[in-house]
Design a protein around this ligand. Structure first.
Ligand code: NAG
Ligand code: NAG
Ligand code: NAG
Ligand code: NAG
Length: 414
């Protein structure tokens, strides 16, 4: 009897090992294939870049910046300070803050909020992967994408499409992904090695030693701001976004060109007077014990926004004066409020699900995508398809002004 069970166990363990081995092999194979593809692409790379640049210059530029009224916003006296020149956090020394357990209402909070409060005081963690060289030279635009270890396919398709590092009209564009560590031990052991291999090939991953959870996204924000302040003195602009968005990089460049006299540029899909969500089932639920005002300060949807380098450095300094807030884009809004910088709302940023309406014609309208700066949300196959359409010999005869109206109408219906 005993032996029977034992052999059963052995058999299932063997099966499990075989399964694990196969999964690993498949992942490695996927990586190899993509490396190979990349090799093919880069051999014709220059022609491709030139071709892209030429096509993209033709893009209609009706979405250019509106007249600049940012001069009205006055600048708060926060000065850049001397900052260390390397990442100075080398050990994780963070124990839970027992004090918070006795605060009012703590016990009534959900587990994720309790966890958040217990570790809220832990501000910085060591780096596992760093790329101090990323910002060397004059970088015009740094594309910075939040990702998690298991979303390898999303990173891959971004590198192949809009995230390609290139020079357009003399403007250097660089790409970075921001990651934490896995929350799952098995994944941690297996995938970490693959991630290191991926980084060995592409050299575009920053990883910190904190758990990649939803409530730790604010840590990702503050870690990036600190990192940027240390290593990126010569970067003019940052696009920061999710790994499931469609981005029109040439549209960004044109927008930036038309906004080059704007001081403290921070542009995106900005919400003014958004109210904290008090429904417990909602992903963005915030209990009054954590935030008791009726409105958030203006903030840009985290799916994709633009900011200038000097502002990012001031945001870093400001972020250190505030307590962490679990929703990362709202937290940035709080920092902007302290700096008295009003984020700019622009129609070409669609981060709050215009395309939630699955039946919307715009979902499949390449001319719509061609006119956008960022559209949320597109998974790899769809992103690739749309990218190819937009960069084919696409002729957009539709009246774009009209299209805006359509877009607005649809948004109102949602
Ligand atoms: C970690 O923090 C504790 C208390 O804050 C301190 O006693 C200890 O020396 C620290 N350890 C390290 C490695 O910094
Ligand atoms: C907890 O409270 C004590 C006493 O008020 C304080 O000294 C300590 O710094 C607090 N700990 C944290 C992590 O905030
Ligand atoms: C954030 O990451 C830290 C470090 O890994 C972890 O201790 C903490 O529990 C995480 N917080 C949340 C809310 O997930
Ligand atoms: C809101 O919270 C702040 C501190 O978190 C507190 O000082 C203030 O009294 C609270 N306001 C209300 C209306 O509860």
């Amino acid at each position: 009897m005993f032996e029977f069970i034992n052999s059963l166990n052995m058999a299932s363990r063997f099966r499990w090992r075989t399964y694990k081995a196969i999964v690993l092999m498949v992942l490695v194979a996927v990586l190899m294939v993509s490396v190979f593809q990349r090799g093919l692409v880069s051999s014709g790379g220059d022609i491709q870049i030139e071709r892209n640049a030429r096509m993209q210059r033709e893009t209609i530029n009706y979405w250019k910046a509106k007249p600049d009224n940012s001069a009205e916003t006055t600048v708060a006296p926060v000065y850049e300070r001397d900052i260390v020149r390397t990442w100075d956090i080398t050990s994780t020394n963070c124990s839970i803050n027992k004090n918070v357990t006795s605060t009012e209402g703590f016990k009534t909070l959900g587990q994720n909020f309790q966890q958040f409060l217990l570790y809220r005081h832990c501000r910085y963690f060591p780096m596992i992967m760093n790329h101090p060289e990323k910002c060397s030279g004059e970088v015009h635009l740094l594309l910075v994408i939040k990702s998690i270890i298991s979303q390898h396919d999303r990173r891959e398709v971004i590198r192949q499409t809009w995230g390609k590092e290139q020079v357009i009209d003399g403007k250097k564009i660089k790409l970075l992904f921001l990651l934490g560590t896995s929350t799952n031990e098995v994944e941690k052991a297996n995938h970490q090695k693959l991630l290191e291999y991926e980084d060995y090939i592409y050299g575009d991953i920053l990883q910190w030693d904190f758990m990649d959870t939803f409530f730790n996204l604010t840590l990702k924000e503050t870690h990036f701001l600190k990192w940027f302040s240390i290593y990126c003195g010569n970067v003019q602009y940052i696009f920061k976004g999710d790994d499931d968005v469609f981005v029109g990089v040439t549209n960004i460049l044109e927008y930036l060109e038309s906004s080059k006299n704007t001081k403290d540029l921070f542009a995106g899909d900005v919400l003014f007077k958004a109210r904290p969500i008090r429904k417990k089932e909602n992903k963005y639920y915030i209990p009054p014990t954590l935030y008791n005002k009726t409105q958030y300060p203006p903030y840009a949807g985290g799916g994709g926004f633009l900011m200038d380098g000097p502002l990012a450095r001031r945001l870093y300094v400001t972020s250190e004066t505030l307590e962490l807030f679990p929703i990362d884009d709202v937290f940035l809004g709080m920092c902007l409020e302290v700096l008295k910088v009003t984020p700019i709302r622009h129609n070409a940023f669609k981060t709050f699900g215009l395309l939630k309406d699955k039946k919307s014609k715009l979902n499949n309208e390449p001319c719509f995508f061609k006119s956008m700066i960022v559209v949320h949300k597109l998974l790899p196959p769809k992103l690739l398809e749309m990218w190819r359409l937009v960069h084919s010999n696409l002729v957009c005869t539709v009246n774009h002004g009209l299209m805006w109206e359509v877009a607005k109408d649809q948004q109102q219906q949602l």
